[in-house]
Design a protein around this ligand. Sequence first.
Ligand code: PGA
Length: 257
Amino acid sequence: MSTTPKTLIAGNWKMYKTEAEAVELASGLAASLHGNLSADREVLLLPPFTALKAVAETILGRDKMLLGGQNFYPSSEGAFTGEIAPFMLADAGCTHALAGHSERRHVLKESDRFIAQKTAFGLQFGLHMILCIGETLDQRTHGSVENVLKGQLRLGLAEVNKDEVTPEHLSIAYEPVWAIGTGKVAQNEDIIAAHDFIRKTLVDFFPHCGSNLRILYGGSVKADNAGTILRLDNVNGVLVGGASLQVESFAAIATAA
Ligand code: PGA
């Protein structure tokens, strides 16, 4: 019987920070969190590729500090100009990676099929995959939140070997697109309803472990709302963008009671 892993506080640095700035942020965080992070939490940093190695040298080996890649190409190696392979992420110290982030879906036009390939490839490689899903404002206004979430879960997980899915290797992040980088946080009732629906869907897909897969919330999580969000039912962590770029705000989120 699987158990739910630690609450995950993930910082997605997107396309921000030079190597020197990344090291400054990572070392500031490590110092600030040292001895202050509760036993049931872990922190994941997702810097840009160019800073991975330097951040790894700064944080790896520290208690409950993890490193992840924001993206990769689902192939072991090859002629894919501009892309990076899972083994290169692992070589830089990464144990985790994202797939399906809304900026990759909507700005980079990644398809559900491609996201499914990445999710399956990353899992097979041994990375802990965080599959991001979420509706646009238009989809919410038209009452199709559940359809969208179910569709993105079904398609995004279509290629994974279901029996091999475990809470140690797969998390889901619910990130309503309209709440990302906008300062608009979903209402608590909306987060509870979406996470409850995702939980039921996961239990349906993965009877052996669906009740223990982590479901993170993301979208304008800040120091002043993190505590409330982290206490909601079926919220097993947060994926933070903007507020993960400063030591004070991210450390406050990571330690929010
Ligand atoms: P935000 O980004 O916290 O800046 O809204 C969240 C994300 O993109 O994961």
